[in-house]
Ligand binder design. Structure first.
Ligand SMILES: Cc1ncc(COP(=O)(O)O)c(C=O)c1O
Length: 368
């Protein structure tokens, strides 16, 4: 995935529809007001009242004993993996296409000395239970093998187009983990999207997990931050590791205040994002030369440029950019669109008309 800087040098672009990610949202007026009036103190010293409130709320929502605010989802995952894999040479079983494995700089290995054991992700973001179990190292081979200590899941699964893992599937992975004395971590960057799409409360979706990392700054729309949740002893260790990694941030109450507004105001908006994503996908599938990959369950859409369509990603993106439509290219034939609460149904219609125009323009230029 390539993040580009956008410039609009030639034309005055009057309307911007930013579909690069659900991380691009700007704080709402209510968030800014809450940030301005937030009561704060030093969180590293353990005194920030807004951090307490947010962490208490997140522990309640996820059904875990305790929670900890961290600067990013990447740090939340790293801390979680490192707490579960304290001994160097531990191994973690994770999806071949998951965020921790692909997009987090290999931090679990370079910083934590944790060995990744990828298992193939299916199109729906799951890994076959049998394949997970087969990947667990036989302790009798410890003279040569790393020691399996953790399994990681991702829900919703971003690289699988935001597909959701069911509570039953997660429970089954949890049973495998328990049977072999392993821990289960969920990268729940978008667990609220999964919860809303499945109609299943967050605490039920993550019941089998020992830890979960939840992003506040994606679908929920808060400006900064994630929260890790787990047992009290897990969070005590996570707190120390957060400091080690430079993630102790003093008056974080300003950020936590915005996150509390996001939890209050934006969870309900996720259903609209999902509805808009489905509308968008239906419209894209009507455009000859484009094909949406898989069913759209939440807020992420992957678009394939069909072979022989006379178009290409670079030219389509340029034409869209000229009209203020921003998105990410995944490869030479694949684009990614992400919906969020600052994209309206009217933005979707406008973006679709721009897609139509872009595809036609490129096809004409290429003599098709
Ligand atoms: C599934 C998933 N996990 C973790 C992260 C990391 O979050 P952050 O960008 O806050 O480090 C992302 C970011 O896009 C993500 O999509």
């Amino acid at each position: 995935m390539v993040a580009e800087r956008f410039h609009f040098p030639e034309k005055m672009v009057t309307r911007i529809v930013d579909l690069r990610s659900d991380t691009v949202t700007k704080p709402t007026e209510a968030m800014r007001a809450a940030m301005a009036s937030a009561e704060v103190d030093d969180d590293v010293l353990g005194n920030d009242p807004m951090a307490f409130r947010l962490e208490e709320e997140m522990a309640k929502i996820t059904g875990k004993e305790a929670a900890l605010f961290v600067p990013s989802g990447t740090m939340g995952n790293l801390i979680s993996v490192l707490v579960h894999c304290e001994i160097r040479g531990s191994e973690v079983i994770l999806g071949s296409n998951c965020h921790i494995h692909i997009y987090e700089n290999g931090g679990i290995a370079t910083i934590g000395g944790v060995h990744p054991r990828p298992v193939k992700n299916n199109d729906d973001g799951t890994m076959d239970i049998d394949s997970i179990e087969a990947a667990i190292r036989d302790p009798r081979g410890e003279i040569v093998y790393p020691t399996t200590r953790l399994i990681c899941l991702e829900n919703s699964h971003a690289n699988s187009g935001g597909r959701c893992l069911s509570a039953e599937y997660t429970d089954r992975v949890g049973e495998v983990a328990k049977k072999h004395g392993l821990k289960l971590h969920i990268d729940g960057a978008r667990i609220f999207n999964a919860s809303v799409a499945l109609g299943v409360p967050v605490d039920r979706l993550v019941r089998a997990a020992d830890s979960v990392s939840v992003c506040l700054s994606k679908g929920l729309g808060a400006p900064v931050g994630s929260v890790v949740v787990g047992s009290k002893s897990f969070i005590a260790k996570a707190r120390r590791l957060r400091k080690t990694l430079g993630g102790g941030m003093r008056q974080i109450g300003i950020l936590c205040a915005a996150a509390l507004v996001a939890l209050r105001d934006n969870v309900g908006n996720l259903a609209t994002d999902h509805k808009n994503a489905k509308l968008f996908a239906d419209g894209l599938n009507q455009i000859k030369g484009l094909r949406v990959d898989g069913p759209v369950e939440t807020n992420i859409i992957f678009i394939e440029i069909e072979e022989g369509s006379g178009t290409n990603v670079g030219k389509i993106c340029k034409s869209l950019e000229d009209r203020g439509i921003l998105l990410m290219s995944e490869s030479i034939s694949r684009l990614r669109v992400v919906l969020h609460h600052q994209i309206s149904a009217s933005d979707v219609q406008y973006a679709l008309s721009c897609f139509q125009h872009a595809v036609k323009k490129v096809q004409t230029e290429n003599g098709n």
